[in-house]
Design a protein around this ligand. Sequence first.
Ligand code: ZN
Ligand code: ZN
Length: 137
Amino acid sequence: MKIDGQCFCGHVTYEADVDPAKVAICHCTDCQMHSATAYGVVAGIDLSTFRLLSGTMKTYVKTAESGNRRALTFCPECGTRIYGGPADAPGGFVGLRVGTIRQRAELTPKLQVWAKSRLPWVMDLSSIPSRDKQVLP
Ligand SMILES: [Zn+2]
Ligand SMILES: [Zn+2]
């Protein structure tokens, strides 16, 4: 599936090919912190299909729990994360951050990984009261 996306400020825009079967929720603690929220949602893509249309990205290298070095790309202007992949073997398979994809509503996750560090409340959002617009708690 051809998709397009951008960072929050619009500096970075891109196109890529996403396989909707390879969309996952990642509950690892790195995703929790780097996304500054409860979990990451990623689409596994072949980096050769990723085409940067505008902007430049900055890369932060994080050594994961496994010892693998992960290259995490983000917009240098607004900080939106774009994708993450192996730092020492560039190319190949990377995790594109689904929140930046314009077609994200069509990309329902098919798997959850790192369930052992999942935050205890995320499995039952339906029990939390919801409103259509912002209301401070
Ligand atoms: Zn940006
Ligand atoms: Zn993760």
